[in-house]
Design a protein around this ligand. Structure first.
Ligand code: ZN
Length: 294
């Protein structure tokens, strides 16, 4: 009877794997200045990183100011992930306060920028993660940073990144199938701030923002009038709230135009319970958009 020995094999494999992991503890301490990069760091780092999300779910990254506690977390980290393109207006102050020991990784740096007009000035659009293609670039950037900082686990980070890239491919396919029934003339998005430019570029939408790029200022009554005009002239079916925004202006426009209020979009980061990963955030947004505009 040789058969029973096979029952022990899985046990042996599991215990070796356990020992291997245990001997490589606490490899990288990551601090993250966006919920999007927090999720990405976990996807690529797995058990080999601890990720401190400085900016938490449903926090407005445009208005964020780091506390002394945040400065300490940043100073203690091996790597600090940020999305870049001007989103972290406090960055130079934070770098200085953290004492220059932490290494900042600008994840959006090599992603081609869209520009947008903000108070008459041309600025970079910082919301690059609404393009899955851009998220793939970000995945490669984070994997490269992890591999450089922790070469002992480079093979693992590389493997995790490859797995995540495959997941992003699958997400991209899902989005295209989901959006397919929506004809070109329905692909018009009125949102409470101009965060979906990269999404619009990738999927043939036109954006009519109620606010500019930043969430800092309320729209002028002139701007609200313009938006109402656009909704009427273009026959826009629905307008969308954003989860971190005061919905008052959007609701007012919906009331005046008869467009329906089409649900909440996650524009500036991930959610707390629903949409709490990049994948589920994108699926949530696309589902809400299709439901509103179909
Ligand atoms: Zn934003």
């Amino acid at each position: 009877m040789k058969l029973p020995i096979f029952h022990f094999l899985p046990l042996i494999v599991i215990s070796l794997e356990f020992l291997g992991t245990a001997s490589l503890k606490a490899d990288l301490k990551i601090a993250s200045l966006s919920t999007v990069t927090t999720d990405l760091a976990k996807q690529i780092g797995g058990d080999h990183v601890t990720v401190d999300g400085i900016i938490r779910a449903v926090t407005d990254p445009h208005e964020f100011e780091p506390t002394p506690g945040d400065v300490k977390k940043v100073a203690d980290a091996n790597l600090v992930l940020l999305t870049g393109k001007g989103m972290e207006g406090y960055l130079s102050k934070l770098e200085e306060a953290a004492g220059g020991s932490a290494k900042f990784v600008n994840v959006g740096k090599n992603i081609p920028s869209l520009s947008m007009t903000e108070q008459g000035k041309k600025v970079e659009d910082p919301h690059w993660w609404h393009s899955v293609e851009n998220m793939k670039e970000a995945t490669r950037a984070v994997a490269e940073a992890f591999e450089k900082a922790d070469p002992a686990n480079a093979v693992i980070y590389d493997k995790n990144a490859a797995g995540y890239l495959a997941k992003l491919d699958e997400l991209e396919r899902w989005i295209r199938v989901k959006l397919a029934p929506l004809p070109h003339e329905r692909r018009k998005l009125v949102t409470s701030h101009d965060a979906l430019g990269y999404f619009a570029r990738d999927y043939d939408f036109t954006i009519y923002p109620v606010k500019g790029v930043s969430t800092a200022e309320d729209p002028s009554s002139q701007h609200v009038k313009e938006i109402i005009g656009v909704i009427r002239n273009q026959g826009v079916k629905a307008i969308f709230f954003e989860t971190i925004e005061n919905p008052r202006a959007v609701q007012q426009i919906a009331d005046e135009t008869g467009a329906k209020a089409g649900g909440s979009l996650y524009s500036d980061g991930l959610g707390e319970t629903e949409a709490n990963t990049y994948d589920s955030m994108m699926r949530h947004n696309v589902s809400v958009i299709v439901e509103g505009l179909k």
